[in-house]
Ligand binder design. Sequence first.
Ligand SMILES: *Cc1c(COP(=O)(O)O)cnc(C)c1O
Length: 468
Amino acid sequence: MDSNEFRHWSVKAAEWGVDYRSGLRDRPVRPDVEPGSILAALAASPPEEAEPMEDIFADFEATIVPGMTNWQHPRFFAYFPANSAPVSVVAEHLVSSIAAQCMLWQTSPAATELETRMVDWMRQALGLPDGFTGVIQDSASQATLAAVLTMRERALAWQGNKAGLAGQPRLRIYSSDQVHTSIDRAIWVSGIGEDNLVRIPTAGSNRAMVTEALERAVAEDRAAGFLPAGIVASVGGTGVGGTDEIAAVARIAERENLYLHVDAAWAGSAMICPEFRHYWEGVGSADSIVFNPHKWLGAKFDCSIHLIRDPDSLVRTLAIRPDFLKTHGRDGIINYSEWSVPLGRRFRALKLWFLLRAHGLEGLRAMIRNHVSWSRRLAEKLGNEPDFEITSAPMLSLFSFRHVPTGLVDVDGHNLDLVERINRDGRIYLTQTRLDGRAVIRFQVGQFESTEADVDRAFDVIAELARS
Ligand SMILES: *Cc1c(COP(=O)(O)O)cnc(C)c1O
């Protein structure tokens, strides 16, 4: 592809993206396709000869696009959002063209220093004390893995990486039963083992871990010869927004000398609004916090902010310095690859810089406040219908409900079937979860371009399909 063609197809791709985004309301949110149908439409073997770009682009439009779930759709109410604000798409075009590796300061000085500045902008935006520094990871899963590895090394006096875990005391990590599955995987991958992840039961409407049970578990483990290493606390769990009492958990962590990592992957974005910070009161005492601007805030995936109070223990856990990575003669520089598991790193800070400047914190706060109030209004409206039950009250913009018409025996089956019928219909997209052993339907509003009318439409679709 020469420069002229590169220009032609870049412009075409950019224009296609604009049309795609502006036409989303007319597309189904989730495509109604059979498994395997797209695979069958693709050539079984790679081409030997070059093909014209016209053909490639035409196949993209004909075969791929209709088979995509449209995550930027204004009526995507499933999972959590993965917002990609138009301005962050523009930044990503630029990043793709530069295509730098951002592992060392010298491989990308501006990317490194912009990353340092953006992490600090986010720290200030969330109202966190200035003791935190941090790094932009690809995902919350990576940040949590890094935190669990740090817990492990800190507890083992930095011997785990070298000596392995055999012959070491058995470590224990604590979390509630509401945390994301990325915690389980961090425990597996770190070699600590699922048997040593102690699930503390939760209680109350916020489904917080029972702190007395946490204290008891730690004491019993110590008495039994285990080595308690850390706690992973949750603010805004994926099921129904389970949120621990961070201040109380932090006091226990401090007293017991346990590392405290807070997973606020989704809910963290809302903390740019001071009125929501009660959800994580005491978070300033955590050792690390993760939140994803690539979820609610609008920075295109991947953009996960990993805030850390003591980066030295993280670097001590993860830094490898072979000769070719040594940067001589410069003090005070940061090599961010020493703060994460992968070596290669994308330039992730640019989209955040563009996003924060183009919208301002006030613009982003207004979006989040709207989502929260629309969600509360919808929960109220559904709750007022005799055949609907709100099964968990809104945590920020997330709540759950079920359809419970009188006389129905298999309520679980009916609701699971309802989610599937809603998603096949395509006008809105929802997901289900299990709550206290029952099947319930989740609803969250968080799309960058959702309007109140989109949320009203959701009510109409849910009521229509539930009663049909
Ligand atoms: C989405 C989510 C994660 C995982 O985030 P990734 O960035 O996809 O790894 C972890 N925890 C919570 C609470 C989440 O909502």
